[in-house]
Design a protein around this ligand. Structure first.
Ligand code: ARG
Length: 603
């Protein structure tokens, strides 16, 4: 169904017809409409058109002004500067457009659904088996989740892929160690339970426990591997067994994967994020494609043998010594690495999942890898003008000192510790402000605020930039934080509740009312939700949505300071202001949901 046209869309249409009426060759030209501080909208497109038509821009602008239909939507239009148009929107159009959107039962707040959606395969939230998750994995998960939500909301078919690191030579060492120390992955105090629970021994009771077992085992295996030459030899033989698919070895490998998934799921749950098991297709998922990928690349001449290895060379990629750095698809010992897996995954995603866009939410430090992988796939014809791939590269999480985030001992910070600390800090903030919340509610809100704070801090700066992990700032009630937005939402909900309790009629729009400055600013900004979501989704830029929401909450704060709602002058004005409150609340709620952040009803 057709969605409600936003103000900017209808202004755009008005201008486009005025343009083509003035200058027939300008039909279809973009008037370049922007929201502006000086007027409700500004159109900058006439400058370029005048240049093309060799006309005086101010004169052309004046002629366009004569053709603009004023009245229902556009109240006034005038030429400004070298040939811009400044447009003022009628109050009734602002309220009326929001009212139509409000009445739209789809609840989409004017955001249209794509008419011809494509299929995007998004590679995100890809931790590594038998390893702790760290802040890098946080970024991929949080950014990826927001992009999935935004794309799905605009109607795109999205296939999620969690390309976990579940294959590699390190498993030889782990499996061999487990084989020699079979009780190392046992759990809890199973000794007390007697034999009837024997089968249950290997099932971890919590993600934390699963990880601590894996971590202990990993460290012990590594220690033995480094110290004992004979163990090293046995471990290497295990790698060969694993690659050959020897059943007992594979079964033990599977134990590591299952144990790790228990841990991953516990972290994703803490992050309030849905990760589904069938979407976890790790590196091992492409094992049976690797040989064919190599064959295809070699036969087509895209890859060549060099010192026994199968390599792809690039003119513009050279090492510090000036020698070309190849992408190694197969090592000289026959082993396949990260590149072979990613190239096989591309084939799977393009030919089997029928993607037309591949998106990789991965650390910027892997940019060279992806550049080479994508270029190889293009040469092979797997990617082309119709099927494209892009890395949504994210920057590094820094400590307060501006250096990559480490513990005092110089170790990588465990993601779970960070999340727990965020929840703890947020709970303190909630507790301080809470008046009528129970302990259970404080705990629930504390988690929603704490996790929201971490997500918002990550999403509110453009992904490619580094950012400082500063919990004090993240849970601050003032400034560009999720807590500020959540409080704005809760405050509005409380007003709406109060109005209901006081027997106040439900919010009703009154387009006939004149609006104050603060009401107009809020209404115009609320109207921009659809175009903001469209742009943020198309550019994979959640930070644009975050900036929009922060601005919305700020405009609401101004509105609230200046315009009494329940004590407004007339009953119609009370209703209309309640309506503006509700529109703002719904927009905040939906916008935050697209970022993966909860908006509690009470705080
Ligand atoms: N597991 C990798 C890491 O922790 C990220 C995987 C990225 N995705 C991919 N298709 N290579 O760094």
């Amino acid at each position: 169904m057709a969605s409600v046209t936003s103000l900017s869309d209808s202004v755009q249409q008005h201008l486009a017809s005025a343009l083509s009426a003035t200058l027939p060759e300008a039909a279809g030209a973009d008037p370049l409409l922007r929201r502006s501080d000086r007027a409700d909208f500004q159109a900058n497109g006439i400058l370029a058109l005048a240049k093309k038509a060799k006309a005086n821009p101010r004169e052309l602008a004046a002629r366009v002004v004569e053709r603009v239909t004023t009245g229902d939507v556009i109240e006034g239009v005038e030429v400004s500067g070298p040939g811009f148009l400044n447009l003022t929107i009628a109050d009734r159009a602002i309220t009326g457009t929001l009212a139509a959107r409000y009445a739209d039962e789809t609840g989409r707040l004017g955001v249209p659904l794509a008419g011809h959606p494509g299929t995007t395969v998004i590679d995100y939230a890809q931790p590594n088996v038998a390893k702790e998750m760290h802040v890098g994995h946080l970024r991929s998960a949080v950014i990826g989740d927001a992009v999935v939500r935004m794309l799905e909301f605009t109607g795109e078919n999205v296939v999620r892929r969690h390309h976990i690191g579940d294959w590699g030579t390190q498993f030889g060492m782990l499996i061999q160690y487990l084989d020699e120390h079979p009780h190392e992955l046992d759990h809890g105090s199973h000794g007390d339970h007697g034999d009837q629970h024997g089968d249950q021994e290997d099932i971890a009771v919590s993600g934390e426990e699963a990880m601590s077992n894996l971590d202990r085992l990993y460290k012990a295996a590594r220690r033995l591997f480094d110290a004992d030459e004979e163990f090293k030899t046995r471990a290497r033989r295990r790698v060969v067994d694993l690659q050959a698919g020897e059943p007992q070895t594979l079964a033990m490998w599977q134990k590591f994967v299952d144990e790790s998934k228990i841990y991953f799921f516990s972290v994703f749950e803490k992050l309030d994020m849905e990760v589904r098991d069938p979407d976890i297709v790790g590196e091992s998922g492409y094992n049976d494609m690797l040989a064919e990928t190599c064959r295809l690349l070699e036969e087509s001449g895209v890859a060549v043998r060099s010192e026994g290895a199968l390599c792809v060379f690039f003119d513009d990629i050279k090492g510090p010594d000036g020698n070309p750095v190849p992408l190694i698809v197969q090592k000289s010992d026959g082993g396949y690495g990260y590149a072979a897996t990613d190239l096989s995954a591309i084939r799977d995603r393009v030919f089997h999942l029928k993607a037309d866009t591949l998106l990789y939410v991965v650390d910027a430090r892997q940019a060279l890898h992806f550049r080479m992988v994508f270029e190889t796939a293009r040469r092979a014809g797997w990617l082309n003008d119709d099927v494209t791939a892009a890395q949504l590269a994210f920057g590094t999480v820094l400590g307060k000192d501006g250096k990559p985030f480490k513990t005092r001992e110089g170790e990588t910070v465990r993601l779970v510790d960070l999340l727990d600390e965020a929840i703890e800090r947020a709970s303190a903030v909630v507790r301080e402000k809470a008046r009528d919340l129970s302990e259970a509610e404080i705990a629930e809100r504390g988690a929603q605020v704490g996790i929201g704070a971490v997500k918002y801090a990550d999403l509110s700066t453009s992904a490619n930039r580094d950012y400082k992990f500063d919990l004090d700032q993240m849970v601050s009630l003032n400034g560009d934080t999720s807590v500020y937005l959540q409080y704005a939402y809760a405050r509005i909900r409380s007003i709406l509740r109060k109005a209901g309790e006081a027997g106040q009629a439900a919010p009703v729009a009154h387009p006939e009312l004149e609006l104050t400055e603060a009401e107009r600013a809020l209404g115009l900004h609320a109207d921009a939700f659809a175009e903001t979501v469209r742009e943020a989704a198309a550019e994979y830029a959640p930070h644009k949505l975050a900036a929009y929401l922060y601005q919305l909450a700020s405009l609401y704060t101004t509105f609230y300071d200046k315009c009494p709602v329940l004590k407004a002058e007339t009953p119609a004005q009370v209703e209309n202001r309640l309506f503006l409150c509700d529109v703002t609340a719904r927009t905040l709620h939906q916008g935050m949901a697209l970022l993966g952040i909860r908006t509690p009803e009470k705080l």
